[in-house]
Design a protein around this ligand. Sequence first.
Ligand code: PLP
Length: 454
Amino acid sequence: RIPNSLHASDIAHSMHPYTNMRAHEQQGPMIITKGDGIHVYDSEGKEYIEGMAGLWSVAVGFSESRIAEAAYKQMLELPYYHSFAHKAHAPSIKLAEKLVEMTPEGLNRVFFTNSGSEANDTVIKMVWFMNNALGRPEKKKFLARNKGYHGITIASGSLTGLPGNHKDFDLPAIPVIHLTCPHHWKWAEPGESEAEFTARLLKEAEDTILSEGPETIAAFIGEPVMGAGGVMTPPEGYWPGIAELCKKYDILLVSDEVINGFGRLGTPFGCQKYGFEPDILVTSKQLTSSYMPLAAILVNDKVYNPIADNTEKLGTFGHGFTGSGHPVACAAGLENLAIIEEKDLMGNAARMEAPFQAMVQSFADHPLVGEARGTGLIAGLELVADKASKTAFSPIGKVAAAVARAAQDHGLICRSVYETVALCPPLIINESDIERIGQRLGTALDEGHAWAKA
Ligand code: PLP
């Protein structure tokens, strides 16, 4: 009964996230056995450039022994303790201090969770708790966007604006309104300029606030650059306009920087790139380079004070996880951030933006590519069956998946999200890595093109 290989055992016993299970039973897993810098290796010894940094997350690359040593040292000293009910330990205290120092001014308080989804669930509960404390319990609705990604739990999955995450799970389960995706190439009316598109989206947001009633809208949540929905950069003026509306109608602004944070866009945080000041900032992924699971929510005094002042009235803030601020994860996070600073990886991301985006743009004229887009070290190539009409392939995702498979055959891991091929490499990449990514991606696009035509 016991399978005699990892491969067979995986097929027999494992349920993989985001995987077609019957197809997996046929094809089996690609087992990754080790990592080195921007590379990972499979069980056959084949080397791949990890062009997605795992799941948009391994900033420092796959072989930073300093993080392993920091985690080991912490495990020997104090492998676990919690931070419930006035308990504390040094790693979470120091990491909270570090995050307050690194993030934009005014974000003074930190709450830790294990994942980005839990972080966004926590945001929802904080915002509701705050409004209950302020005596306005009807101010509960969230504004989010189509194609936004904020996680997969019942509540954070409700904020996510991808129909595939809703339809089989009876979501949304909380009051959330999804606005138009701020992606000019795809969602602009024919002939609509970027400025007109921005103005239309801001009008849509304001009309929605007014028709729902500002007294019912608690918060607006968005990723500065949308990631898992297909890497969409916002049109000029969008974020400052949204921030102004939030201020006008007393709506909290939440910047979900689970992918964008810690230099991904060429600035430390995405809100800095697009010029807005969030009340709440959510981070994860590059916080520890995913060496350990960890997420952090930062809030300003406007959010913190009502929660703190009113816990007397409402009781304690009844929320927290066994692993909130886990000392080993926080020790790994502190070491990861030290490496990011010492090696100036945020600076490297800014310096590599031009060659990386030039490589991405070199595919703009490829017959499969409708739009080549990105900023910093994140990019997407949206594939089309017809360039002039921007018609997608049917079924959506078929050709992008074929290109991602071909890239993998040629030693490049990228990710297909719907009809977009995404890239999000570790922040340590250099120009020759970018050149190799470009060569492998070019071959994969040509093979995908031949396959789509066949
Ligand atoms: N928010 C954003 C912007 C994300 O990209 C993700 C994951 O990709 C999440 C939240 C959810 O994080 P997790 O997968 O750690 O639950």
